[in-house]
Structures are given as C-alpha cells and as structure tokens.
Ligand binder design. Structure first.
Ligand SMILES: C[S@@+](CC[C@H](N)C(=O)[O-])C[C@H]1O[C@@H](n2cnc3c(N)ncnc32)[C@H](O)[C@@H]1O
Length: 216
C-alpha cells in the first residue's frame, strides 16, 4: 500500500501567500482581537523590547506598536518580510524592524526581549519543546511569552494531508511551557475561525497563552 507524502507548508508556501495576506479581513480581525487580549493580559510599556515570531505581514504587531518601545518582526519567509518592510516605510514607523529568522536553525540572537508574541505560528513549528526553550532563553527575567494558536482540532483546519500540529491541548502546552522554565501559563479564548465543511460549518477556537520567565 502506498501513502501520499504529507504536504509541508514551507517558506515558499508563505512567500506565495504574502502579497494576498492582508486582503483577508479575518486575518486583520484576528490580529486585532489577539492584540486586545495581550493588552489586557500584559502590562505593556514603552520601554519594552518585543519579538513577534512568525510575524507574517505584522497584523499582530502593528496594532501594538504605539504601546511598546521596539518590536523585531521575525519570520522565515522573505515574502512576508518584504510586505512588512513596505508597511513600515509607508506608515513611517520608527520602532519596528523586520528580521529573517528561523529559530530552529539559528536559535541564538545578540539581543534579549521583554515580550515575545506569536500568532498562528506555533502549529507550523515542528519542535514545540525546542521553540519554547529558545523563547525562554531569549527573554529577560520577568519577560512575557504570549502564544496565540489553535485549540486542539481534528486536523481538518489545514487538512489531514498537511504536516502541521493539529492545534494544541491546553494542559499539554502548559506542561511543556512549565518544563521550559515558564511559570503560571494562563489561557483564554480570543477568537474563533469558522470554516465551511462538507458536514456543515466548523468552528476552530484560538487561545492566547500568557506565561512569564520569572527566574532571576
Ligand atoms: C499562519 S502564518 C501567521 C502570520 C501572522 N502571525 C498572522 O497571525 O497573521 C504563520 C507564519 O509563520 C511563519 N513561520 C512558519 N514557520 C516558521 C519558522 N520556523 N520560523 C519563523 N517563521 C515561521 C510563516 O512564514 C508565516 O508567516
């Protein structure tokens, strides 16, 4: 019996999506809702240095830019980063910097952050434990990690043939975050994505997990 090869959503996939990404009003609404939840969960300050990992076109960071000091917008897709750079130039933003980065390939940076935010990216990163440990290393003590992603789902969000995590179980992610050194992960539901399926509509809730690096 032969099995179809799993489909990888690689960098080329996101490069191809980049120019149309901001045409989707749902992506804008999702970014705004997650930003709002982060605002309520974290005491944002103008002194904070933040990393938006898997930033895409920056739909999460742009709504937060006036409440933070500096933001590094990191992504492995040059196509996404080209759009980010154009938006930064068009709006004359002075506190945001695009950076091509895959932390699983190059895990260390010459800078530390007070806040790491990431939206709908963790399910594309194969090594959850590794990325949580890297996030921990990149945060200053007391720094905040905010992960927005899909609740555990049945694989139908992308299709079973696509090689991604099928969302995350809250208890499991909480345990992994604690193992990586984070304390007190808190969860809330911040958004829901509805898709039409042959069996009817299906909702895919999105959570925000907030945790802190509390060691000295
Ligand atoms: C579903 S998109 C989300 C984009 C954006 N955060 C948003 O909410 O609109 C996932 C993003 O993660 C990026 N990505 C996937 N794997 C990555 C990795 N290992 N390192 C950095 N970025 C990655 C993709 O290029 C893409 O821009």
């Amino acid at each position: 019996m032969t099995f179809a090869q799993p489909i990888k959503l690689d960098t080329a996939h996101f490069d191809n999506q980049a120019r149309q990404w901001d045409d989707n009003p749902l992506f804008h609404e999702r970014g705004l809702k997650i930003a709002q939840a982060i605002r309520h969960a974290v005491p944002l300050r103008r002194e904070m240095h933040a990393l938006d990992y898997g930033c895409g076109t920056g739909l999460l960071s742009f709504p937060l830019k006036d409440e933070l000091g500096t933001i590094v917008l990191a992504d492995s897709s040059s196509g996404m980063l080209d759009v980010v750079a154009e938006k930064i130039a068009a709006q004359a933003v002075t506190n945001m910097t695009p950076m091509k980065l895959d932390l699983l390939v190059a895990p260390s940076l010459a800078q530390k952050f007070d806040l790491i935010i990431t939206s709908m990216t963790l399910h594309h990163v194969p090594e959850t434990d590794q990325i949580l440990e890297i996030f921990h290393d990149l945060l200053n003590p007391g720094g905040y990690l905010c992960i927005a992603d899909l609740e555990q789902e049945d694989g139908s969000f992308h299709g079973l043939e696509v090689d991604v995590h099928h969302g995350f179980d809250r208890d499991d992610l909480s345990r992994r975050a604690a193992q990586a050194g984070f304390s007190k992960p808190q969860f809330q539901t911040v958004f829901s994505i509805t898709k039409e399926r042959p069996s009817g509509t299906q909702d895919y809730p999105v959570f925000l997990m907030t945790a802190r690096r509390t060691d000295a």
